[in-house]
Ligand binder design. Structure first.
Ligand SMILES: Cc1cc2nc3c(=O)[nH]c(=O)nc-3n(C[C@H](O)[C@H](O)[C@H](O)COP(=O)(O)O)c2cc1C
Length: 196
């Protein structure tokens, strides 16, 4: 099975370090057999989520939904804004629920600190949607860890490759088991509620 990975960049800043890190994770995933796409929320201009707000005809909403449905696994990147994920990323997550079930998520955070509270928030939202999270995330200080040509911190470069490898490996395992559980008639699995 080819794993399809969607990167979602939650920074509205041109030249975002989070967007650069996602690019590296996706680049490292392709030789491992993954297909990749990037959803850059800075370019997408997703409207503020409104339940029942008649947004289904909106082109940006349609594109986000299509890519989310396409993906088997995700890598989310957020800047650290007041110890929280960005509003843009939370707004993207608010559009989705059952589409995240049985899919593995990896987390990146651009922070001057460690970004732990930010990644915990992403993890909480994903868990609430029955998505699976890698047990660690990768944070970086953009000005110290990157230069014009890319990552200058070799430890960060290695951690991004590790996240990419683990996302492909564990994303494939969870996805395959999820699909098997959808097909089977085992009642005592969380997947039972997703059967049509
Ligand atoms: C409104 C705002 C709040 C921020 N709050 C924090 C913060 O609480 N902790 C921190 O380490 N950095 C904070 N920063 C700095 C950003 O996290 C940092 O510049 C990051 O690299 C931006 O990510 P990006 O390069 O992907 O856009 C804040 C920046 C802004 C604009």
């Amino acid at each position: 099975m080819t794993l399809k990975i969607l990167g979602v960049s939650g920074s509205m800043r041109e030249g975002s370090h989070g967007a650069r890190a996602i690019g590296l994770v996706l680049e490292a995933a392709r030789p491992l057999g993954a297909e990749t796409r990037l959803l850059d929320l800075r370019l997408l201009d997703l409207p503020m989520y409104r339940p029942g707000g008649g947004l289904s005809g909106n082109e940006s909403v349609r594109a986000a939904n299509e890519s989310t449905g396409w993906a088997d696994a995700f890598v989310l990147a957020s800047p650290d804004y007041h110890g929280s994920m960005s509003g843009a990323l939370k707004n993207f997550l608010d559009y989705h629920w059952t589409e995240f079930a049985g899919k593995v998520f990896g987390y990146l955070c651009a922070s001057h600190e460690k970004g732990l509270t930010v990644m915990d928030q992403m993890r909480t939202a994903v868990r609430q949607c029955y998505g699976w999270s890698l047990p660690y995330g990768v944070s970086f200080n953009g000005d110290e860890d990157f230069d014009a040509s890319g990552v200058k911190n070799p430890v960060l470069a290695r951690r991004l490759r590790m996240l990419s490898r683990d996302l492909v490996t564990y994303g494939s395992l969870i996805k395959e088991q999820f699909l098997r559980d959808l097909e089977d008639d085992v009642p005592d699995t969380f997947v039972a509620r997703y059967r049509k």
